[in-house]
Design a protein. Structure first.
Length: 283
């Protein structure tokens, strides 16, 4: 056996130069924060078959990023997203046979699963219209900031579909409570920004001209923090939904022991002892 150090670093790659085709991808100067901007402002940033698939693939691939530590998800032109494009998605769906419809709904669900499984915390910055699948993207993010003008609607029943779409019946009640989620999913009405903030859907409200800066500030604070520990926190937040109390406690015991074995844990102690701010490196 070779004495050379074995490393998984060779399996990682930078995403600074990723070339998005169906949305805008930008990376901060330090390479730690990536911004996904839905970019069809003339139609309030609707999703297409292609953008669904590319978003799914990007969030899956970010597990192998050597640089990106946090994500901001936002929209262009004063709106987040109006959901699935009426003429590029909704109309074609009315003509598809059941096997193709199931393939589509599984693909959209895979996007949510990819967002939940990607190790980077996702900060949604929501302005204006946030409807249908757009509301799902905000819901699937880890943290959500909005403007007072944001209008969030899970409007699937208004087009004759169930409110059970892309995990909404499972995830939304865990964020805002069963009764409030039921109201939004049955009626399809818009949740105001103030309601969203009061109910815990939105972590904070900011003026439109400062929203993205605040989202980037939050993302950078996460990226500059104990990134490996943030990844573990996100994993536990998602995995513990299906666990009993004993399994939760044991899983967190294992997760914390793993984090205690990192150099970041030692760095934090040394910084505290020396009365300085720790510099985390994610290992």
């Amino acid at each position: 056996m070779s004495d050379a150090t074995v490393s998984m670093a060779g399996h990682l790659k930078p995403f600074r130069d990723y070339q998005a085709r169906h949305f805008v991808w930008q990376v901060s100067e330090d390479g730690r924060v990536g911004t996904i901007r839905l970019n069809r402002p003339e139609r309030k940033n609707p999703l297409t078959f292609e953008s669904y698939a590319e978003l799914r693939d990007l969030f899956r691939d970010l597990a192998y990023a050597s640089d990106i530590r946090a994500i901001v998800l936002t929209g262009a032109g004063g709106n987040f997203s109006s959901g699935g494009d009426v003429f590029e998605i909704i109309e074609p769906l009315t003509k598809m046979p059941m096997p193709e419809l199931l393939a589509f709904t599984r693909m959209t669900g895979d996007l949510v699963k990819a967002m939940k499984k990607c190790p980077q915390p996702i900060v949604a910055a929501v302005d204006g219209i946030c409807a249908g699948a757009g509301a799902i993207l905000a819901m699937a993010s880890d943290l959500r900031l909005a403007t007072p003008e944001a209008k969030t609607a899970f409007l699937f029943t208004r087009v004759g579909l169930a409110g059970a779409d892309m995990g909404a019946c499972g995830i939304l009640p865990r964020i805002i409570g069963q009764g409030r989620a039921a109201e939004l999913l049955f009626t399809g009405r818009s949740m105001t920004a103030d309601e969203g903030h009061a109910w815990g859907f939105y972590n904070a409200l900011h003026a439109a001209d400062t929203l993205e800066a605040e989202a980037l500030k939050l993302a950078h604070s996460l990226a500059d923090g104990p990134w490996f520990a943030h990844t573990m926190t996100k994993t536990m937040l998602n995995q513990e939904w299906a666990m009993g109390l004993d399994e939760m406690i044991e899983s967190e015991a294992q997760a914390q022991a793993i984090c205690m074995a990192t150099r970041d844990f030692r760095r934090a102690f040394e910084a505290f002892a020396e009365k300085r701010k720790p510099v985390f490196e994610g290992n």
